[in-house]
Design a binder for this molecule. Structure first.
Ligand code: CUA
Length: 323
Protein backbone atom coordinates (compact mmCIF):
# COMPACT_ATOMS: atom_id res chain seq x y z
CA UNK A 1 0.00 0.00 0.00
CA UNK A 2 2.80 2.39 0.92
CA UNK A 3 4.65 1.61 -2.32
CA UNK A 4 1.71 3.17 -4.17
CA UNK A 5 2.21 6.49 -2.38
CA UNK A 6 5.25 7.65 -4.31
CA UNK A 7 7.30 7.11 -7.42
CA UNK A 8 6.88 8.38 -10.93
CA UNK A 9 3.25 7.42 -11.34
CA UNK A 10 1.71 8.74 -8.15
CA UNK A 11 -1.58 10.63 -8.05
CA UNK A 12 -0.30 12.13 -4.80
CA UNK A 13 2.47 13.91 -6.68
CA UNK A 14 0.38 16.28 -8.84
CA UNK A 15 1.87 18.58 -11.47
CA UNK A 16 -1.28 20.24 -12.80
CA UNK A 17 -4.44 21.90 -11.48
CA UNK A 18 -6.57 18.85 -12.28
CA UNK A 19 -4.17 16.40 -10.64
CA UNK A 20 -3.97 18.71 -7.58
CA UNK A 21 -7.78 18.68 -7.29
CA UNK A 22 -7.75 14.87 -7.43
CA UNK A 23 -4.98 14.60 -4.82
CA UNK A 24 -6.78 17.10 -2.52
CA UNK A 25 -10.03 15.14 -2.85
CA UNK A 26 -8.13 12.01 -1.83
CA UNK A 27 -6.73 13.69 1.29
CA UNK A 28 -10.13 15.14 2.30
CA UNK A 29 -11.79 11.72 1.88
CA UNK A 30 -8.94 10.10 3.80
CA UNK A 31 -9.13 12.62 6.68
CA UNK A 32 -12.93 12.32 7.02
CA UNK A 33 -12.75 8.51 6.87
CA UNK A 34 -10.12 8.40 9.60
CA UNK A 35 -12.15 10.93 11.63
CA UNK A 36 -15.18 8.63 11.35
CA UNK A 37 -13.10 5.62 12.31
CA UNK A 38 -11.69 7.44 15.35
CA UNK A 39 -15.17 8.58 16.46
CA UNK A 40 -16.75 5.13 16.21
CA UNK A 41 -13.78 3.44 17.87
CA UNK A 42 -13.94 6.04 20.64
CA UNK A 43 -17.66 5.44 21.24
CA UNK A 44 -17.10 1.68 21.34
CA UNK A 45 -14.34 2.07 23.92
CA UNK A 46 -16.53 4.46 25.93
CA UNK A 47 -19.41 1.97 25.88
CA UNK A 48 -17.10 -0.77 27.11
CA UNK A 49 -15.66 1.40 29.89
CA UNK A 50 -19.16 2.44 31.07
CA UNK A 51 -20.70 -1.01 30.79
CA UNK A 52 -23.03 -1.96 33.67
CA UNK A 53 -23.57 1.64 34.77
CA UNK A 54 -27.05 3.01 35.32
CA UNK A 55 -28.53 5.21 32.64
CA UNK A 56 -30.49 8.44 32.92
CA UNK A 57 -33.93 8.78 34.42
CA UNK A 58 -35.80 6.80 37.01
CA UNK A 59 -33.49 4.92 39.45
CA UNK A 60 -36.24 2.30 39.88
CA UNK A 61 -36.36 1.57 36.16
CA UNK A 62 -35.60 -2.16 35.81
CA UNK A 63 -33.73 -1.58 32.46
CA UNK A 64 -31.90 1.73 32.96
CA UNK A 65 -29.14 1.08 30.44
CA UNK A 66 -31.55 0.56 27.56
CA UNK A 67 -33.08 4.04 27.63
CA UNK A 68 -32.35 5.57 24.25
CA UNK A 69 -30.93 9.03 24.09
CA UNK A 70 -32.50 10.91 21.16
CA UNK A 71 -29.33 12.91 20.70
CA UNK A 72 -27.27 9.77 20.23
CA UNK A 73 -29.76 7.84 18.08
CA UNK A 74 -31.10 10.54 15.77
CA UNK A 75 -28.34 13.11 16.03
CA UNK A 76 -25.26 10.88 15.82
CA UNK A 77 -26.93 8.01 13.99
CA UNK A 78 -28.81 9.87 11.24
CA UNK A 79 -28.24 13.64 11.10
CA UNK A 80 -24.49 13.66 11.59
CA UNK A 81 -23.68 10.91 8.99
CA UNK A 82 -26.06 12.58 6.52
CA UNK A 83 -24.25 15.88 6.96
CA UNK A 84 -20.84 14.24 6.48
CA UNK A 85 -21.93 12.26 3.40
CA UNK A 86 -23.61 15.33 1.88
CA UNK A 87 -20.49 17.42 2.42
CA UNK A 88 -18.31 14.72 0.81
CA UNK A 89 -20.78 14.46 -2.08
CA UNK A 90 -20.52 18.21 -2.72
CA UNK A 91 -16.71 18.27 -2.45
CA UNK A 92 -16.40 15.14 -4.65
CA UNK A 93 -18.76 16.49 -7.30
CA UNK A 94 -16.95 19.79 -7.37
CA UNK A 95 -13.67 17.96 -8.04
CA UNK A 96 -15.24 15.68 -10.66
CA UNK A 97 -16.72 18.62 -12.56
CA UNK A 98 -13.41 20.49 -12.29
CA UNK A 99 -11.27 17.74 -13.79
CA UNK A 100 -13.80 16.17 -16.15
CA UNK A 101 -14.96 19.13 -18.20
CA UNK A 102 -13.92 18.47 -21.77
CA UNK A 103 -11.89 21.44 -22.90
CA UNK A 104 -13.60 23.81 -25.33
CA UNK A 105 -11.49 24.02 -28.49
CA UNK A 106 -11.28 27.80 -28.09
CA UNK A 107 -9.85 27.53 -24.59
CA UNK A 108 -6.95 25.30 -25.59
CA UNK A 109 -3.76 26.25 -27.36
CA UNK A 110 -3.27 23.01 -29.24
CA UNK A 111 -4.78 19.62 -29.92
CA UNK A 112 -3.08 16.22 -29.80
CA UNK A 113 -4.68 12.99 -30.96
CA UNK A 114 -3.91 9.92 -28.85
CA UNK A 115 -4.82 6.66 -30.54
CA UNK A 116 -4.66 3.41 -28.58
CA UNK A 117 -3.40 0.31 -30.37
CA UNK A 118 -2.73 -3.24 -29.19
CA UNK A 119 -0.15 -2.45 -27.82
CA UNK A 120 1.24 0.99 -28.29
CA UNK A 121 0.18 4.62 -28.27
CA UNK A 122 0.10 6.67 -31.45
CA UNK A 123 0.27 10.45 -31.10
CA UNK A 124 -0.64 12.86 -33.91
CA UNK A 125 -0.37 16.61 -33.99
CA UNK A 126 -3.16 17.97 -36.22
CA UNK A 127 -1.95 20.65 -38.62
CA UNK A 128 1.43 18.93 -38.93
CA UNK A 129 2.63 15.63 -40.35
CA UNK A 130 4.03 14.56 -37.00
CA UNK A 131 3.14 11.04 -35.94
CA UNK A 132 5.01 9.48 -33.08
CA UNK A 133 4.62 6.52 -30.77
CA UNK A 134 4.61 6.09 -27.00
CA UNK A 135 6.42 9.38 -26.34
CA UNK A 136 4.21 12.44 -26.24
CA UNK A 137 5.76 15.89 -26.20
CA UNK A 138 3.80 18.93 -24.99
CA UNK A 139 4.82 22.48 -24.09
CA UNK A 140 4.82 23.49 -20.42
CA UNK A 141 2.03 25.74 -19.09
CA UNK A 142 -0.13 25.15 -22.15
CA UNK A 143 -3.70 23.90 -22.32
CA UNK A 144 -3.59 20.84 -24.54
CA UNK A 145 -6.81 19.29 -25.81
CA UNK A 146 -6.11 15.57 -25.89
CA UNK A 147 -8.51 13.66 -28.14
CA UNK A 148 -8.49 9.97 -27.25
CA UNK A 149 -9.60 7.35 -29.76
CA UNK A 150 -8.77 3.72 -30.46
CA UNK A 151 -7.77 1.66 -33.46
CA UNK A 152 -9.07 -1.57 -31.95
CA UNK A 153 -10.33 -2.23 -28.39
CA UNK A 154 -10.95 -0.08 -25.31
CA UNK A 155 -7.79 1.36 -23.78
CA UNK A 156 -7.41 4.11 -21.23
CA UNK A 157 -4.96 7.00 -21.37
CA UNK A 158 -3.71 7.81 -17.87
CA UNK A 159 -0.91 10.07 -16.72
CA UNK A 160 -1.62 10.24 -12.95
CA UNK A 161 0.56 13.28 -12.27
CA UNK A 162 -1.34 15.35 -14.87
CA UNK A 163 -5.00 14.33 -14.82
CA UNK A 164 -7.52 11.54 -14.39
CA UNK A 165 -7.73 8.76 -16.95
CA UNK A 166 -9.72 8.89 -20.15
CA UNK A 167 -10.98 5.77 -21.93
CA UNK A 168 -10.56 5.25 -25.66
CA UNK A 169 -13.84 3.81 -26.92
CA UNK A 170 -14.32 2.36 -30.44
CA UNK A 171 -16.25 4.79 -32.64
CA UNK A 172 -16.06 7.60 -30.11
CA UNK A 173 -13.90 10.64 -29.39
CA UNK A 174 -13.18 11.41 -25.75
CA UNK A 175 -11.44 14.58 -24.70
CA UNK A 176 -9.42 15.59 -21.71
CA UNK A 177 -7.40 18.62 -20.79
CA UNK A 178 -3.70 17.92 -20.52
CA UNK A 179 -1.79 20.64 -18.74
CA UNK A 180 1.51 20.54 -16.92
CA UNK A 181 2.80 23.40 -14.82
CA UNK A 182 6.35 22.03 -14.58
CA UNK A 183 8.90 20.85 -17.14
CA UNK A 184 9.68 17.17 -16.76
CA UNK A 185 8.99 13.62 -17.88
CA UNK A 186 5.76 12.07 -16.67
CA UNK A 187 5.02 8.39 -17.01
CA UNK A 188 1.63 7.15 -18.04
CA UNK A 189 0.03 3.82 -18.75
CA UNK A 190 -2.90 2.14 -20.38
CA UNK A 191 -5.39 1.83 -17.53
CA UNK A 192 -7.94 -0.49 -19.10
CA UNK A 193 -7.28 -4.17 -19.67
CA UNK A 194 -6.81 -4.55 -23.41
CA UNK A 195 -5.28 -7.97 -23.96
CA UNK A 196 -2.10 -9.94 -23.40
CA UNK A 197 0.34 -7.02 -23.36
CA UNK A 198 -1.84 -4.51 -21.49
CA UNK A 199 0.91 -4.27 -18.88
CA UNK A 200 3.39 -3.20 -21.58
CA UNK A 201 1.46 -0.22 -22.89
CA UNK A 202 3.25 2.58 -21.14
CA UNK A 203 3.98 6.06 -22.38
CA UNK A 204 6.15 9.02 -21.49
CA UNK A 205 4.94 12.60 -21.57
CA UNK A 206 7.82 15.01 -22.18
CA UNK A 207 6.81 18.44 -20.91
CA UNK A 208 9.23 20.89 -22.51
CA UNK A 209 9.86 24.64 -22.47
CA UNK A 210 7.83 26.19 -25.30
CA UNK A 211 10.77 27.01 -27.60
CA UNK A 212 12.25 23.55 -27.15
CA UNK A 213 8.88 21.96 -27.92
CA UNK A 214 8.51 24.02 -31.11
CA UNK A 215 11.99 22.94 -32.23
CA UNK A 216 11.10 19.30 -31.53
CA UNK A 217 7.86 19.61 -33.50
CA UNK A 218 9.65 21.19 -36.49
CA UNK A 219 12.21 18.41 -36.53
CA UNK A 220 9.58 15.68 -36.27
CA UNK A 221 7.55 17.33 -39.04
CA UNK A 222 10.38 16.86 -41.53
CA UNK A 223 10.58 13.63 -43.53
CA UNK A 224 13.30 11.13 -42.66
CA UNK A 225 16.78 12.17 -43.73
CA UNK A 226 18.34 9.76 -46.20
CA UNK A 227 20.89 7.28 -44.85
CA UNK A 228 24.45 8.57 -44.84
CA UNK A 229 26.55 5.51 -43.99
CA UNK A 230 27.01 2.36 -46.03
CA UNK A 231 25.42 0.25 -43.28
CA UNK A 232 22.40 2.55 -43.04
CA UNK A 233 21.98 2.55 -46.84
CA UNK A 234 21.98 -1.21 -46.81
CA UNK A 235 19.52 -1.14 -43.90
CA UNK A 236 17.17 1.07 -45.88
CA UNK A 237 17.25 -1.40 -48.77
CA UNK A 238 16.45 -4.23 -46.34
CA UNK A 239 13.59 -2.20 -44.86
CA UNK A 240 12.06 -1.48 -48.24
CA UNK A 241 12.70 -4.91 -49.75
CA UNK A 242 9.87 -7.39 -50.21
CA UNK A 243 11.63 -10.10 -48.22
CA UNK A 244 11.61 -8.22 -44.90
CA UNK A 245 8.25 -6.53 -45.69
CA UNK A 246 8.79 -3.91 -42.95
CA UNK A 247 7.21 -1.28 -45.19
CA UNK A 248 3.88 -3.08 -45.42
CA UNK A 249 3.32 -2.39 -41.71
CA UNK A 250 5.37 0.74 -40.98
CA UNK A 251 5.57 4.24 -42.40
CA UNK A 252 8.80 6.15 -42.89
CA UNK A 253 7.97 9.51 -44.47
CA UNK A 254 10.42 10.34 -47.25
CA UNK A 255 10.48 6.71 -48.40
CA UNK A 256 7.86 4.55 -50.15
CA UNK A 257 7.09 2.83 -46.81
CA UNK A 258 3.45 3.61 -46.02
CA UNK A 259 2.24 0.81 -43.74
CA UNK A 260 -0.15 1.68 -40.92
CA UNK A 261 -0.28 -1.52 -38.85
CA UNK A 262 2.68 -0.71 -36.61
CA UNK A 263 4.14 2.53 -35.26
CA UNK A 264 5.35 5.28 -37.60
CA UNK A 265 9.16 4.99 -37.71
CA UNK A 266 10.03 8.28 -39.46
CA UNK A 267 11.98 9.48 -36.41
CA UNK A 268 12.20 6.28 -34.38
CA UNK A 269 15.86 6.95 -33.57
CA UNK A 270 14.89 10.04 -31.58
CA UNK A 271 12.80 8.05 -29.10
CA UNK A 272 14.26 6.79 -25.84
CA UNK A 273 12.21 3.60 -25.66
CA UNK A 274 10.77 0.91 -27.93
CA UNK A 275 7.63 -1.23 -27.86
CA UNK A 276 5.71 1.01 -25.45
CA UNK A 277 8.48 1.41 -22.87
CA UNK A 278 9.18 -2.33 -22.87
CA UNK A 279 12.86 -1.86 -23.77
CA UNK A 280 15.24 1.09 -24.02
CA UNK A 281 15.99 2.29 -27.54
CA UNK A 282 19.58 1.10 -27.86
CA UNK A 283 21.30 -0.77 -30.67
CA UNK A 284 21.59 -3.93 -28.58
CA UNK A 285 17.91 -3.90 -27.54
CA UNK A 286 16.71 -3.07 -31.06
CA UNK A 287 18.79 -5.95 -32.37
CA UNK A 288 17.24 -8.25 -29.76
CA UNK A 289 13.77 -6.99 -30.74
CA UNK A 290 14.37 -7.60 -34.45
CA UNK A 291 15.79 -11.04 -33.76
CA UNK A 292 12.70 -12.28 -31.94
CA UNK A 293 10.08 -9.68 -31.05
CA UNK A 294 7.77 -12.38 -29.67
CA UNK A 295 10.37 -13.23 -27.04
CA UNK A 296 10.55 -9.61 -25.89
CA UNK A 297 6.81 -8.91 -25.95
CA UNK A 298 4.79 -12.09 -26.52
CA UNK A 299 1.59 -11.70 -28.53
CA UNK A 300 2.49 -8.41 -30.19
CA UNK A 301 1.80 -7.94 -33.90
CA UNK A 302 5.46 -7.80 -34.95
CA UNK A 303 6.35 -10.97 -36.85
CA UNK A 304 9.69 -12.69 -36.44
CA UNK A 305 11.82 -11.78 -39.44
CA UNK A 306 14.20 -14.26 -40.96
CA UNK A 307 17.07 -11.88 -41.60
CA UNK A 308 20.74 -12.72 -41.83
CA UNK A 309 22.71 -11.23 -38.90
CA UNK A 310 24.42 -8.74 -41.22
CA UNK A 311 21.10 -7.60 -42.74
CA UNK A 312 19.70 -7.23 -39.25
CA UNK A 313 22.66 -5.15 -38.09
CA UNK A 314 22.28 -2.94 -41.18
CA UNK A 315 18.60 -2.51 -40.35
CA UNK A 316 19.50 -1.51 -36.78
CA UNK A 317 22.01 1.03 -38.13
CA UNK A 318 19.36 2.48 -40.45
CA UNK A 319 16.57 2.70 -37.83
CA UNK A 320 18.88 4.26 -35.23
CA UNK A 321 19.91 6.87 -37.82
CA UNK A 322 16.30 8.07 -38.15
CA UNK A 323 16.56 10.91 -35.66
CU1 CUA B 1 -4.23 -0.75 -23.83
CU2 CUA B 1 -4.54 -1.74 -21.70
Amino acid sequence: MLAGCGGSQSTLNPHSHAATDIANLFWVMMAVSFGGLALITGLLVLAWVRRGRRGFGDPDDPHPGEKPSWFVVVGMGVVFPLMVVTALFIVGNWAIVNVTQAPAASSTAMTVDAIGHQWYWEFRYPGTKVVTADELHIPVGTRVNLVATTADVIHSFWVPELNRKIDTIPGQQNRILLYANKVGVYRGDCAEFCGLQHAHMGMLVYVQPKAKFRAWLRKQDAPAAGPTTAAARRGERVFLSGSASCSSCHTIRGTPARGTVGPDLTHVGSRTTLASLTIPNTRAELDRWLTNPQLVKPGNRMPTLSLTPSDRQALVAYLESLR
